[in-house]
Design a protein around this ligand. Structure first.
Ligand code: TXA
Ligand code: MG
Length: 316
């Protein structure tokens, strides 16, 4: 098992040696390595068992670190960064050669984000390179939102997990790219589409949903528990599958032994914060099937529904 601790110095030492460290962010925990060191980056793909066609996000300390790694910072991208960084927003920008091709899977753009977590920002300002970090889970599984989640799944493969407590947003960053300077949302996440539109006006949402994504790793099946999951009307699903079924509901309690309620008061931020822990716990419970329901499809609810859709797609 890995050591879980708050020693930034130790994390810095490991990263300087080209080793990996799991880091907290406000969205989910990341599996971090020196983004400018191809060997460290290769380790990330190896530990995560991630296919090399799926590019990594590069984490920086603040907006001033965009220029050294990118060739262009469109006005709308800058406006979004000014407003929402540090925060759950990843911008796809044309990369400079200093970013190894392995990081971007050969793409000409690099995903950049400034995470909003005090410990990780302190870490980033103690090193002189940016951190490539995918979510710290085996490829395709639910992202970790607590240090123990990382330890459960990658603890034998990494030495150190920087303990920043439970993630406050709980769902991955929103990914925004630019086509002829116009923003396109490629992954819905911890920053709502409405929040983005309040700064740059109407945006296109283009979620890839195929088994062979062009780039954004938006596999149809992703973020998935190992157990089968069905999403719809929980009462009807329970009548159809009465045995060994666990429930993941938005607000309502059901009369079953294994259940998680995402937000009794109907708060979508709270629901996002609880989503991945609830999925993990139900995945580990003594049940055969998870039934869930859609949450209201606005704000963070759109990202939650997107994750539920991808988790369900596993059975196709
Ligand atoms: O909240 C987050 O974004 C977390 C934390 C750790 O920062 N990271 C994260 O990374 O979710 P990951 O690797 O699990 O998901 C990143 C997604 C992948 O689907 C990848 O395909 C996409 O971002 N991506 C990265 N760079 C890209 C690029 N240049 N073009 C298109 N998609 C890109
Ligand atoms: Mg991931």
């Amino acid at each position: 098992m890995a050591t879980i601790g708050k020693e930034i110095k130790h994390a810095v030492e490991l990263l300087n040696q080209g080793e990996l460290v799991a880091i907290p962010t406000e969205t989910v925990y990341g599996l971090a390595g020196n983004a400018l060191n191809p060997k460290a980056v290769a380790k990330i793909f190896d530990v995560k068992e991630r296919p090399s066609f799926d590019p990594l996000i590069v984490h920086i300390a603040d907006i001033a670190d965009v220029a050294p790694y990118t060739r262009d910072f469109p006005a709308k991208a800058k406006a979004l960064a000014d407003r929402y960084w540090p925060g759950p927003l990843t911008l796809l920008l044309p990369k400079k050669d200093i970013i190894p091709d392995l990081v971007t899977s050969g793409l000409d753009t690099v995903g950049i984000r400034c995470p909003d977590h005090a410990l990780t920002r302190q870490l980033l300002s103690s090193i002189d390179f940016p951190l490539a970090a995918p979510s710290a889970n085996p490829f395709g599984y639910v992202s970790p939102t607590r240090p123990e989640h990382v330890d459960d799944q990658l603890g034998t493969r990494i030495d150190y997990i920087l303990d920043g407590g439970p993630c406050t947003v709980g769902i991955e960053s929103t990914i925004v790219g630019f086509v002829e300077e116009q923003p396109v949302v490629y992954r819905m996440g911890g920053l709502s589409v409405e929040a983005i539109e309040s700064v740059v006006g109407k945006v296109k949402v283009q979620l890839h949903s195929s088994s062979q994504p062009q780039a954004p790793g938006q596999l149809k099946s992703h973020y998935a528990p190992r157990k089968e999951i069905r999403v719809g009307n929980i009462q009807e699903l329970l009548e159809r599958y009465p045995k060994k079924t666990g429930v993941l509901s938005y607000r309502t309690k059901f009369d079953v032994a294994h259940q998680r309620v995402l937000s009794p008061s109907g708060n979508l931020s709270e629901a996002a914060q609880n989503l991945f822990t609830a999925l993990r716990e139900l995945d580990q419970a003594n049940i055969e099937l998870i039934v869930a329901e859609w949450v209201p499809d606005h704000g963070l609810g759109r990202a939650i529904n997107d994750r539920l859709r991808r988790a369900e797609a596993k059975r196709d």
